[in-house]
Design a protein around this ligand. Sequence first.
Ligand SMILES: Cc1ncc(COP(=O)(O)O)c(C=O)c1O
Length: 381
Amino acid sequence: MQADKKLFTPGPLTTTYSVKQAMLKDLGSRDDQFIQIIKNVQTKLIEIAVFCSFEGLPNDEYTVVLMQGSGTFGVESVFQTCTKLDESNVLVLENGAYGQRIEKICKLLSINHKVLRFPEDRAIDCDAVKSFLEKDNNYTHVAVIHGETTSGALNNVEKIGQLVKTHIPNSILIVDSMSAFGAVPVDIQKGFIDFLISSSNKCIQSVPGFSFVICSIKKLLSFKNNSRSLSLDLVDQYENMLKTNQFRFTPPTHSILAFKQALDELEQEGGPQKRYERYSNNHEIVRKGLLSIGFKELVPHEEQSKIINTFHYPNDENFNFEEFYKRLSDKGMVIYPGKMTKASCFRIGSIGALFAEDMHQLVQLIVQILRDMNVKIPIQY
Ligand SMILES: Cc1ncc(COP(=O)(O)O)c(C=O)c1O
């Protein structure tokens, strides 16, 4: 069997052999073994959230709801369940494609909303958020992305949460921490986060299949019978799981098995802190390697999440991204196209089962391929 390509992408990402192997089992949804695994997975996710919270999260006040589908299903389930048609007014803090996706969800659900836009190549400016909230605080919900995967910028969600709760004490704070939770530190309590969403195939390093929402039980239950969607009703999903330990609809059994293994491997690695150290090291190897041959990165270093980094295309007539991508892929290394609206860029992820030697190999291969393509080194802009 041919070895898998290395995915330098923000999910689906490269998983370990043992994570893939854990899926070689058929379990029924009512199987005792499966029910125990679901409980184990929920406990461990809350443990991670507690671990990341500096003052310790009171775990009897928070729960985790697993939701079938990709990350967006988790995000949409929060909006479907926790907003009221004529009463809610959502402030979306947007600095990239995933903030824009929340805007789109609000539009489709006809939820009143206002989008406060920030440049897509920077982290959100907390002083600007403060000035805005001082003048306008007529919102029931605020939504923000933690690691904006579009660019690799890291938003300071704890600081934003503190500002939000100072100016709108009774509001609900929704944080999309899709590509950050499990590695990038996030203090749910300090940041007054009511709903935090992530998914199986990001920093926990498992396969796709479900998302999960870590949330305040009290806030969640205040939206009982409110959902406008059946399948995305987060309260119903929570209550049913509490009563029966089962998903309401067909569970992603194999994905949950892989996830349990991935959580064990996160623990073996030393937890989120150690994992973040590895990702940061991966990130720095590629950054230093590419900067040394003249590439320019999009987001200032101190605002980067270390999850993914964005580099400008060289200004060289011999550079062609499709060709560059294909040559790398043919050699077993998959990178990611850019998602910027203004700049022509490509992205390199540092998450997944990737280690220092993989990152060094990628840099070497990039140099070799640029030479083969007759792109001038140092890179010209
Ligand atoms: C920050 C963020 N939010 C939302 C999503 C959407 O997740 P999915 O593609 O799994 O639906 C992603 C995907 O990469 C993401 O990075």
